[in-house]
Ligand binder design. Sequence first.
Ligand code: PEP
Ligand code: MN
Length: 596
Amino acid sequence: MAFTGVYQGIDGAHSKLVLDSFFKTKGEAAKTSGASTFRQVAIDVLNAKADVGVLPIDNAIAGTVREGYDLLAEYELVPIAEVDWRMDQRLLGVQGALVEDIREVEGHPLILEECGRFLGTLAGVRVIPVEDTGVAARDVARAGDKTHAAIGPPEAGKIYGLAELAANIADHPENYTRFIIFAAPNAREEVLRLGGATPEHRKTSILLSTLHEAGSLARCMDILAEAKINLSKLESKPKLGKAWEYLFYLDFEGDVREPRVADAIAKLQAYTQTLHVVGSYDTHNATQQGIRDDAPPTINIDRTSSSNGWNPELMPASAKHWPKAARTAHPAGSHIRVGPVVVGDGEFVIVGGPCAVESRDQVIETAKAVHDAGAVMLRGGVFKPRSNPYSFQGMGWEGAEYLAEAGRVTGMPTISEVMSIDQVEGMARYIDVLQIGARNMQNFDLLKAVGRVNNPILLKRGMSASIEEWIAAAEYILAEGNPNVILCERGIRTFETSTRNTLDLSAVPVIRERTHLPIMIDPSHGVGVRRWVRPLCRAAKALGAHGLLIEVHPNPAEAKCDGDQSLTFADFRTIMRDLSMIPTGDELERVPAAAE
Ligand code: PEP
Ligand code: MN
């Protein structure tokens, strides 16, 4: 006999995709239909209008969906399975619309929250919460107006004949929502059997509020730990109607039918004011919607204008190998926040500091000088990749402490290189931006390791790396889940010997067209000669780079490394003055072309 299921929304909603996919993986025929609200979904199941319902309970970006958990608790519904669903959010508009035409975006409130950063890049756009993703897409299709867009999965675009204006627009690509498939307390055996995995593949959700006594929450955690219960979620939300009292949402591995779990729950009673066991459910059959390889290419942009400097038709065929780095993944360009500084949003960001931290005084003195002159971030190597093993290798962890201190003293975020995987975790605690040096651009294990920290990464171009190889290296970091990658051109090896390297300024327009990642220029390593750093700084700004990384030393003649290219404080001030007179590449691009 076919099952029936209810979801919130109309065709095109993520919940419908989840429910259909759940039945499909179970190999069961089912008829699914929509209800207007989350509450109605719960009520329809309770009143046997449908065998099962689906509700979201948790999102990887926005956190607990309070209403989902609370409805399950309120109506004492029986959770039977969890579905961990990748939320593939796209900007959907009418055929022929362009991202820059959009003035209104409709979306489900949870989804608007997931896509906050992208929406923030759409200047002057009104964001309108609507009850459901399907409704948002249908509204846009009905209005037939090029200034309206909706956020939803590609399926919603197909159903309502909409074009995809931008892909991967959630704040993070690893955007999953956990949905619970649930039944009524008196559901038929066959319905409950849709869950039914062995205990090791089950999870339990509970809601509790602790006693107003010191240590109650800690005691609850101890009880779970003593029972060897593995907690997968703990989040608190204010209790409705009781300001500043909190309800804790907990999920853990295991089933309430297991004695150790039942026992632990019984013990929790002693430390809780309220305790509600939502129930245990199957996780094993979670339907994972994989990352789609076919991601964007239907982005619709104005092909007659180069206002944001790119055109998907110009993307090389190889762009499919780096879907996350490609411009099409984030047409508006990435804005990377480092404390008070944002790289990529039109500000020209100056990073100054010594090649290497040599002493506490040296780095603090340099930090103050570059900060006074207008730098907004501080660089300084503490683990130095030197060509010769007998050259100064950097101060190591002691240097990291001094660099962090100099950053705090001047209020500037810090950048420093990591050379090996074992330095990553520690440096991530001291330093704001981790640099991958030219020599390590293709150290793939190191790239993966920095892909797993939360700090932004400055990825230097390898000295003999093509632009394609460099973008592919950035993709390694992005693919591990770290979206904050800044590229840095620092010169490549050519036959030219007059300069230390050949600073490839042409990389800037190429990178800006092909990727959404900000690009900075390091003229110090690029040219290697102090007096030639100044003109290259000017060029970088006019060219459209997002900032500069410049080596500065209190006394370059005494520098332990790269003295020949290090600027004096006076040189640095001169350059800062030069730069104040030069518009950015973005500003220059906005000047209309002269009539022929
Ligand atoms: C540096 O920034 O000091 C450095 C060693 O850079 P690169 O990796 O570009 O040589
Ligand atoms: Mn250097």
